[in-house]
Design a protein around this ligand. Structure first.
Ligand SMILES: Nc1ncnc2c1ncn2[C@@H]1O[C@H](COP(=O)(O)OP(=O)(O)O)[C@@H](O)[C@H]1O
Ligand SMILES: [Mg+2]
Length: 290
């Protein structure tokens, strides 16, 4: 891939409520604040990401369903890209519940794992370089559904970078183990993909200490993936819920320190952002890992 093409980040997790959509959304918003154009792809029929972005697809515009099920000649990629209201750097290929139907056509195709990637990078299309969608963004962020569906597989197959947010409890540990197994089984077919980290999600602290559940689950996660793949934890906080509802960032609500795990994740992909990498400020903070 040429360095001017936006790489793709995928938030993975084989359970609901693990933070996939939250991490996808907030990473995109942070990069947007740096002046970097971001294309979101909502690959979940529950369409939380489209909703959080305030984008309701209209009936006359294609969504991800048409992108995945119709040929590029009939549904060009750009026709499915919706602007995000009130944020000139953010765009989304949205979803609605009809996206579920894409699972049938993906199931019928031997190429399903590379289907989304081929569409996003316009493989086999004759489009001049400057018009190619991936050349006009700094990062593409794909938000997959929580179950092991064909949609989840094609989302995984689209990624250059995989991050696994996992709730800091037993359910999160189980989700991480299953998701890591899936990533390992797909890796031979997705050579361009790299697993870059785990973000423990909704970590709970009382006073100066993590709760026992938080501490123990993060310890097990560290055993499962190794210390170098552990990113700082994202704290359980109503500020995040408010930021999502108000289409803002924790920093706008006076809690920029809550963004730290996302900045650490962005740091891991910075070198791949080409001409955009210098637009992200360097941040200094002591890494507080459990
Ligand atoms: N830091 C946080 N603390 C508490 N709740 C949060 C936090 N961040 C997000 N949430 C809430 O957690 C829920 C699940 O997160 P989400 O990102 O949608 O998970 P997934 O996409 O994996 O299903 C969301 O409804 C969101 O409002
Ligand atoms: Mg989600």
């Amino acid at each position: 891939m040429s360095s001017s093409k936006a790489p793709t980040l995928v938030t993975l997790g084989l359970a609901g409520g693990q933070g996939k959509t939250t991490v996808a959304l907030m990473v995109g918003r942070i990069l947007s604040r740096c002046g970097i154009p971001v294309l979101f792809v909502d690959a979940d029929p529950q369409s939380s990401l489209s909703t959080f972005l305030g984008v309701k697809p209209s009936d006359d515009r294609p969504t991800l369903l048409e992108v995945l099920t119709k040929p590029a000649k009939r549904v060009p990629l750009y026709s499915a890209i919706h602007p995000v209201p009130q944020d000139e750097n953010l765009f989304v290929i949205p979803a609605n519940d009809e996206l579920e139907e894409a699972n049938h056509s993906l199931a019928a195709s031997p190429m399903s794992i590379s289907m989304l990637r081929n569409r996003l990078y316009q493989v086999d299309e004759t489009v001049v370089a400057t018009d190619q969608v991936a050349n006009n963004f700094g990062l593409i962020i794909v938000d997959p559904p929580p179950e092991r569906s064909h949609l989840a597989l094609t989302a995984l197959g689209s990624g250059n970078y995989w991050v696994i947010p996992s709730e800091a409890n037993i359910k999160g540990v189980q989700s991480l183990v299953r998701t890591k197994t899936l990533v390992e089984s797909c890796q031979p077919h997705v050579q361009h993909g790299k697993f870059i980290g785990v973000i423990p999600f909704r970590a709970r602290w009382v006073g100066l200490n993590p709760t026992t559940t938080t501490r123990e689950s993060i310890e097990v996660m560290t055993e499962v993936v190794g210390a170098e793949l552990m990113l700082p934890h994202l704290l359980d906080s109503d500020i995040y819920k408010r930021a999502i509802n108000e289409q803002r960032l924790p920093r706008d609500l006076g809690n920029s320190e809550l963004e730290y795990p996302l900045l650490a994740l962005i740091e891991r992909i910075r070198p791949a952002l080409g001409r955009y990498s210098d637009m992200i400020p360097h941040f200094e903070k002591e890494v507080v890992l459990l």
